[in-house]
Write a protein that binds this ligand. Structure first.
Ligand code: SF4
Length: 85
């Protein structure tokens, strides 16, 4: 992680239940897919993990709120390498 991108969003897509909460809170970065799970726009798949994606960002935006609203806790947020949720 670089200083330029201190925020990391992690999506455990395998346990997403497709409730749409993340998309309704942060629609610029979360979008529902045809398979009824959400996608973290621009995220890269974590190597060696089934359906886990991560994205580094400059700013938190609404992602903390989206993570807190996820009913199955499959959105995680790190700031400067520290897990916030
Ligand atoms: S809030 Fe969680 S369970 Fe709901 S669509 Fe987003 S990632 Fe999936």
């Amino acid at each position: 992680m670089s200083d330029e991108f201190p925020i990391k969003i992690i999506h455990e897509r395998n346990i997403c239940i497709g409730c749409c909460a993340c998309e309704s809170i942060a629609p610029k970065i979360w979008v529902m897919n045809k398979d009824n799970k959400s996608d973290l726009i621009g995220a890269k798949k974590v190597e060696g993990k089934e359906e886990v994606y991560e994205l580094e960002l400059k700013e938190m935006g609404e992602n903390m709120e989206a993570a807190e609203s996820c009913p199955v806790n499959c959105i995680h947020v790190e700031e400067n390498g520290q897990r916030k949720i």
